[in-house]
Write a protein that binds this ligand. Structure first.
Ligand code: ADP
Ligand code: MG
Ligand code: MG
Length: 449
């Protein structure tokens, strides 16, 4: 493990077993918890959220680069959400073949037709990166995707630094322990929600309620000013934890509930246009020459900063350019990832499967449901992944760094635009896809080197 925990520790089985026990205990003490999958809706049984035994070395320069570009990504997402023509053009080919994106797009169109009833916008997003290994041994920050909907782990990642500090102290690594960064995205996310709530015009304490689409369908309504009421109470801010995958909508009523909230005056996080701004198709269109310049006409340095984080992204739209992409992918499938418009991990297509999908849809519109992306090759590091009921074995690991961004806009006035923390997730290199919630990656902390 480059500049990380030394081999004498990594291979000392007795010490590792002892540290793993201490680590799990500390995770419980620090609130690094999750409910168990057998009873996902019950608070009676919980366990530690999966995490790495040791923090992972991350070069300081690329870490700081990810934090520094985040406010520009916030601005970019917000500008896209305000540009109906861009969304329409970018998503046209996708919407024609992908029912889920089409459904979201129809809500977006209906809102545009009716006129937006709220000028306050609350954005919480997380831009995710991997560090692509260059030939000279250095690494370059490349964006995997940006999540504008239910960007998660702001809460747990606020608690994991103390767990790693404790493990390193017990391992006699005091110096490294002091180098674990503070991280508190939860506080930043809460400040943004509170700001949106305040601008809405609320004055009392901030009560929060968790509701399902079904609850909103049954008890939700709009008054003549389009104020949203659920179970008789006015709602200032709607934070969507759910609604990013087709399976989240189990009936037409769930879709009706989504539409009701979108039409309402409540501040939505995200609103439907910001949701669409986070699609992989939009990510691919942004990488086309001249597109970023359109959003930042007088800020070439901002364009450059954002573009520096782009990996190669290729259209599969019908036409010569898309045909070229197909040929590129078929010639060297291991160099690419094929991505549909889905979220939550486990949806991407790799290797020979890329050939199967693209050969089947070589010249048909089906291929436009996907985009093609260069595969990022991060340097592997060794670690132990602590997960309930999993054996304690050393794994070859790859990490993904996320930066949390929040913004609040009122009309044309950007009231808040900040980077509020980071997330490091690490997975065994045998998996090509999948996040923490998908059961593949675990929580981690960067150890800056
Ligand atoms: P999702 O919205 O489902 O999280 P992602 O684009 O983040 O979709 O892809 C899921 C996972 O697949 C990532 O966490 C990463 O592990 C892997 N992955 C995605 N894109 C790439 C890429 N270009 N290179 C290498 N791995 C990738
Ligand atoms: Mg995502
Ligand atoms: Mg992801």
């Amino acid at each position: 493990m480059a500049q990380g925990i030394q081999e004498d520790v990594m291979l000392n089985t007795a010490l590792i077993k002892e540290l793993a026990d201490v680590a799990k205990d500390e995770a419980l003490l620090q609130g690094v918890l999750m409910r168990i999958k057998e009873t996902p809706n019950s608070s009676e049984l919980a366990t530690y959220a999966p995490f790495t035994l040791f923090p992972t070395p991350v070069p300081k320069a690329v870490f700081l680069q990810a934090l520094a570009v985040q406010t520009h990504y916030n601005t970019l997402v917000d500008k896209i959400s305000q540009d109906p023509d861009f969304l329409q053009e970018s998503l046209a080919s996708t919407v024609a073949v992908d029912d889920f994106t089409a459904r979201l797009f129809r809500i977006h169109q209906q809102i545009l037709k009716e006129g937006r009833s709220q000028t306050i916008v609350l954005g919480i997003n997380r831009s995710d990166y991997m560090l692509d290994q260059r030939e000279d041994g250095s690494s370059s920050l490349k964006q995997i995707e940006i999540n504008t909907f239910a960007a998660s782990f702001g809460g747990l990642s606020s608690h994991t630094p103390d767990v790693h500090r404790h493990i390193l102290k017990i391992a006699g690594r005091l110096e490294e322990s002091q180098r674990i960064l503070d991280n508190n995205p939860a506080a930043g996310l809460a400040r943004a929600v509170a700001k949106a709530w305040e601008l809405y015009g609320s004055e009392k304490n901030i009560p929060t309620k968790r509701k399902r689409f079904d609850d909103v369908f049954k008890t939700g309504s709009l008054d003549h000013d389009k104020r949203l009421f659920v179970e008789g109470e006015e709602v200032a801010v709607v934070y969507f934890r759910n609604g990013y995958m087709p399976q989240n909508y189990t009936s037409e009523q769930d879709w009706d509930a989504r539409l009701l909230m979108e039409r309402s005056r409540a501040v939505k996080c995200p609103d439907i246009s910001t949701h669409l701004a986070g699609t992989k198709k939009v990510q691919q269109v942004l990488a086309r020459p001249g597109v970023l310049e359109k959003f930042f006409p007088d800020q070439p340095q901002v364009v450059e900063q954002i573009r520096a984080t782009f990996a190669g992204l290729y259209t599969l739209d019908l036409g010569p350019e898309g045909d070229k992409t197909v040929a590129l992918a078929l010639a060297a499938p291991d160099r690419f990832v094929l991505k549909p418009q889905r979220e939550g991990g486990g949806n991407n297509i790799y290797g020979s499967e890329i050939c199967r999908v693209l050969e089947g849809a070589k010249t048909s519109t089906e291929r436009t449901a996907y985009i093609l992306m260069d595969k990022i090759n991060p340097t592997a590091s060794q670690n132990y992944l602590l997960r309930r009921d999993a054996p304690l074995i050393i794994s070859n690991c790859l990490s993904e760094l996320g930066a949390f961004g929040v913004y609040v806009r009122q009309g044309t006035d950007m009231v808040m635009n900040e980077c509020v923390g980071h997330l490091l997730r690490t997975k065994s290199s045998e998996y090509s896809d999948g996040g923490v919630a998908a059961g593949v990656a675990v929580l981690d902390n960067p150890l800056l080197v």
